[in-house]
Design a protein around this ligand. Structure first.
Ligand SMILES: [Zn+2]
Length: 107
């Protein structure tokens, strides 16, 4: 996936979990947010989370910045570490968006 001039998704990082399961009429339960994780959200949902300071914008952030993710090799969105293997020494990242597993050598 290339870089589109207008993104239909807004990338945010959850700072703290909303205390309720709905905000301004938006049902948050399906998202199963985890503090510190990054999500590509519908802009309407992202706007509410940003407005209430439950999330911060994460656009343009390097996936390697905090060591917790990689760009999915398939769809280009954020993938999270799910485990590693010893032989060969690889670390695996699971993409929540397309389900692809990206493996990289452990350094
Ligand atoms: Zn993906």
């Amino acid at each position: 996936m290339g870089f589109l001039p207008f993104s239909l998704r807004t990338r945010v990082r959850i700072q703290r979990l909303p205390p309720t399961c709905a905000l301004e009429g938006i049902d948050l339960r399906p998202y199963r947010f985890v503090t510190g994780q990054t999500y590509d959200l519908n802009p309407d949902v992202a706007r509410v989370l940003l407005l209430w300071e439950y999330a911060v914008l994460a656009n343009g952030e390097s996936p390697d910045q905090d060591g917790h993710g990689r760009v999915c090799a398939k769809c280009g969105l954020w993938a999270f570490p799910v485990g590693q293997s010893d032989t060969p020494p690889l670390i695996h990242f699971h993409c929540n968006h397309c389900g692809h597993i990206t493996s990289q050598p452990l350094t």
